[in-house]
Design a protein around this ligand. Structure first.
Ligand code: SAM
Length: 461
């Protein structure tokens, strides 16, 4: 599976492969780098990505080390250059890849292109970085078809369900493929067995036809075929066997509206059906030999992901009845704390005796001088044994990381030198808050296995 840019991107970008354009911190754009051949879509340089940070011909992004900073190009539209009309009548440069044409292309030079494909005419001031695809970046840039599982959740989930190189993992539903990409990297074991097969594999199920088709194409485009096997299926009714065969999974992730409806299919033996419990007659289906999708030789580690506590209650109830153990539930409350030194001058909450809002640097400096004078005056009578030196000031400040400043502090510390430490929560962390239910189904263990084990390792009287 050396072809997947997610698993082995190699040192440089490649044509016809996925790359992620890092436009700004929260703005990533997935692009399949097109091999350019002369004029294409109106540009002499071939396919061009137009962004608000400038224009970037694919030809300038192929065969360069990942992480490279790329300067915007002044794109030469060549003899085919025409100003394209936007639907609203504005002029816009052609966009060959569906990206909004924020930067109008240069259209004033109708002469044939002078530059070879790899050297666009001139550069402008914008720049972007080109990054290799990773599950984390893909999660932030993928086309959303459903609510997705974000990195803070899936990293913990993969750890708890013991996804590691060589693991066979079941996930349902596939949705937008966020979890699929993270899980395939976790189970990928790098090198195939002697028979050429990779042991680690993700069996993914999706019943929504359009999502299934799009996901299937993505798996192909990302070189993940053979490692992610997608099945178009309603798992509540159809279960998890593929062509009647067991995937032999040991890790399971269910991101479904009603996980309890899928759980009976994940049993080791045919589950006691409600019909049987009620004393009703068994059907022909009940008579067929039971094939479990789980690996009989391993414990099965499961996680379900549900936004409502009512779903959790029903899931836990089903898990208990089906023999799962070690059941627990938690929620990932991911918070990133952003700690900075807040420079004094533009916002001076600790000296309310001075009007603190400053409009510009000069005004802020004036206020600072005023505050310093006042503090110098206040500290004069106290100067002596108990006066704090600079280090004490900093320590006093550091110890007071989040507490609101008071006027009393301001008179003893000199925070304008270093700024006060202020810690804020970042509200923009992406995490789909759901309840995570974990459970374990112990491996199969028969009387014969127990007898064999006792014979091998006899227990003392
Ligand atoms: N975990 C996915 C991700 O990270 O992108 C998102 C999953 S999305 C929230 C739930 C998906 O389950 C939907 O795409 C839905 O079509 C699918 N689904 C719901 N019921 C299903 C069923 N009975 N069988 C298979 N898929 C189902």
């Amino acid at each position: 599976q050396r072809g997947s840019p997610f698993l082995d991107p190699g040192p440089v970008t490649k044509a016809n492969s996925l790359a992620l354009l890092h436009l700004s911190r929260d703005n990533l754009e997935p692009v399949y780098l097109a091999q350019t051949a002369g004029e294409h879509d109106g540009y002499a340089e071939g396919v061009v990505v137009n962004t608000r940070y400038g224009s970037y011909p694919h030809s300038s992004m192929i065969g360069i080390p990942w992480g490279t900073q790329i300067r915007a190009s002044k794109v030469d539209t060549g003899s085919r250059g025409r100003k394209r009309k936007r639907p609203n009548g504005d002029d816009a440069g052609p966009s060959s890849d569906g990206t909004p044409a924020d930067t109008p292309a240069e259209t004033e030079t109708p002469e044939p292109p002078q530059n070879p494909a790899k050297q666009p005419v001139a550069t402008t001031s914008g720049f972007i970085h080109i990054l290799p695809p990773t599950p984390e970046l893909w999660t932030l840039s993928l086309p959303h078809r459903t609510q997705v599982v974000y990195t803070p959740d899936y990293s913990y989930i993969l750890h708890r369900i013991r996804a590691r190189p060589g693991t066979v993992l079941i996930e349902a539903g596939a949705g937008s493929g966020s979890f699929s990409h993270a899980s395939v990297r976790a189970v990928y074991n790098g090198y195939p067995d002697r028979d050429g097969k990779h042991k680690g594999k993700v069996f993914s199920y999706e019943f929504h036809e359009d999502r299934y088709r799009k996901m299937k194409k993505e798996i192909q485009d990302h070189g993940l075929e053979g490692l992610v096997q997608l099945t178009h299926r309603d798992v509540y009714n159809g279960g998890f066997l593929v062509d009647g065969e067991s995937p032999k999974a040991s890790s399971i992730f269910l991101d479904l509206p009603s996980p309890w409806e899928a759980l009976p299919h994940l049993s080791r033996q045919r589950p006691q059906s409600d019909k049987a419990e009620n004393g009703s007659e068994t059907t022909e289906e009940d008579e067929k030999p039971w094939v479990s999708p789980l690996d009989p030789k391993k414990n099965a580690y499961l996680c379900t992901f549900s936004p409502c506590i009512e779903q959790v209650t029903r899931t836990v109830s089903a898990l208990r009845r089906l023999g799962w153990v070690d059941i627990d539930m938690l929620e990932i409350a991911h918070r990133k704390l952003h700690t900075v030194r807040d420079r004094v001058g533009l916002n001076l909450p600790y000296d309310r005796s001075v009007n603190v809002s400053a409009k510009d640097v000069d005004e802020a400096l004036g206020r600072l001088t005023e505050i310093e004078d006042r503090l110098r005056e206040n500290s004069r009578p106290r100067a002596g044994a108990d006066a704090m030196d600079d280090d004490d000031d900093i320590e006093a400040d550091d110890n007071n990381i989040t507490a609101p400043a008071s006027t009393a502090e301001a008179s003893s510390a000199r925070p304008w030198k270093d700024g006060r430490l202020v810690t804020r929560g970042e509200p923009e962390i992406k995490s789909h808050t759901s309840y995570l239910v974990f459970a374990i189904l112990p491996r199969e263990w028969t009387g014969e296995q127990e007898a064999a084990a006792l014979a091998k390792y006899p227990v003392g009287e």
